[in-house]
Design a binder for this molecule. Structure first.
Ligand code: SF4
Ligand code: SF4
Length: 372
């Protein structure tokens, strides 16, 4: 296992995220499969991993309890636990913090974070008094290091950094968001401020561990022995300002693959970095509908559908996940993809000959799932 010094402590570069643990029967929302999840923790500890990340809300509040119990077999000073205060779940920060210590069965938390600070939650987190309270807890030794996880704009990140000197910050950082999102800018803001980065979603919510066949084949061609996911991990570990790379592991196979990657500890070369960033660009082109939003199709649609907007949501869902389609639920019923009568007038008018009805049908199916 590779390590990096953090304020005099040796911390593994790989951290275990505990929000997608194996569940009983494999069903999302089912209880954590304690035996399977515990054996993953044991394997990670044996391999030298000493950073375990959880949160008040993961697994319906059961993840903290699981982490505390699973780690109780090991000396408290041999591992680091990170957990997060969630303002939306319970604004009473005193009560939530006390409950977290009790769930974990610990008398201090190593890395404590405000959970999911963003443009909308900035005022709530900074105005409620929780930061001052957690600073008191830090002085009292119940929190060792204070930070926040972030899901917002670079401007809001700058505003957060102006508030106090944070010990660390957790951001979504992966080669896809580096090219297409604001990850690079966020990373540079933190690097300039000298704040260590904890990486969440190094594989973009699993997308960079799966990709599609064509894209995965390109990575396999570069090195047939390596998993698709390992490229994302090696990309992230190569950034100078990165302290820990978190991976939300769901089974032993993923845990062992990550262990192998971080045991070898071989970051990507400059050529490999450029190659995976190109892979990201090719993937995006591959899975997206090439709509240019020219609107040649809209006037002729008998249902008056906002075709380019709907196709933009389709493209977002391919790279961000199906929840990007949730916005379509805000449209009136007769303007949603399910209202398409498959007349084909749009395809006939489209300079790219996009088979719009096919995508509308696919989204109409997804729409049904959101309604359930
Ligand atoms: S196929 Fe659907 S989206 Fe296209 S013009 Fe007809 S009703 Fe509108
Ligand atoms: S005509 Fe084609 S490219 Fe133009 S907005 Fe409609 S679907 Fe998109």
């Amino acid at each position: 296992m590779i390590y990096k010094d953090f304020q005099g402590e040796k911390i593994s570069r790989l951290g275990m995220g505990n929000m997608r643990l194996p569940t009983v029967g494999g069903e999302p929302g089912s209880p954590i499969d304690y035996e399977q999840a515990k054996s993953m923790i044991d394997e990670l500890v044996r391999s030298g991993v000493n950073y375990f990340d959880t949160a008040y809300i993961y697994h319906g509040g059961k993840s903290e309890e699981f982490v505390g119990k699973a780690l109780s077999d090991y000396p408290r000073e041999s591992y680091h636990v990170a957990t997060k205060f969630n303002l939306g779940a319970n604004p009473d920060y005193r009560a939530q913090f006390a409950e977290q210590l009790s769930r974990l069965g610990m008398d201090y938390i190593d890395f404590y974070l405000l959970h999911g600070v963003g443009d909308d939650s900035f005022e709530g987190y900074t105005g409620c008094g929780c930061i001052e309270y957690f600073e008191e807890q830090k002085k009292a030794g119940r929190i060792r290091w204070l930070g926040f996880s972030f899901h917002g704009s670079p401007d809001t990140l700058r505003r957060m950094l102006a508030i106090r000197k944070w010990d660390f910050v957790q951001i979504q950082l992966n080669y896809y968001d580096w090219v297409f999102g604001t990850a690079k800018e966020q990373y540079e803001i933190l690097a300039e401020a000298g704040i260590p980065v904890v990486v969440m979603e190094p594989a973009h919510g699993g997308m960079l561990a799966r990709l599609n066949e064509k894209t995965a084949a390109k990575l396999k061609a570069m090195d047939p022995e390596r998993s698709v996911a390992s490229w994302a991990m090696r990309w992230a570990m190569g950034l100078e300002g990165v302290q820990v790379v978190l991976s939300g592991m769901s089974d032993m196979e993923q845990a062992r693959d990550n262990i192998a990657t971080f045991a070898e500890g071989k970051p990507l070369t400059a050529e490999e970095r450029a190659a995976v960033e190109q892979v990201a660009a090719d993937y995006r082109t591959d899975v997206s509908v090439p709509c240019t939003a020219c609107r040649y199709c809209t006037d002729g649609c008998p249902m008056g559908l906002e075709i380019p907007k709907i196709l933009a949501a389709y493209n977002a869902s391919k790279v961000e996940g199906p929840w990007a389609l949730m916005d379509l639920a805000k449209l009136p019923e007769d303007k949603r993809p399910s209202a398409c009568i498959a007349c084909g007038a749009c395809t006939a008018a489209c300079p790219q000959s996009i088979e719009v009805p096919k995508y509308m049908a696919e989204m109409a199916e997804a729409e049904k799932r959101f309604r359930r």
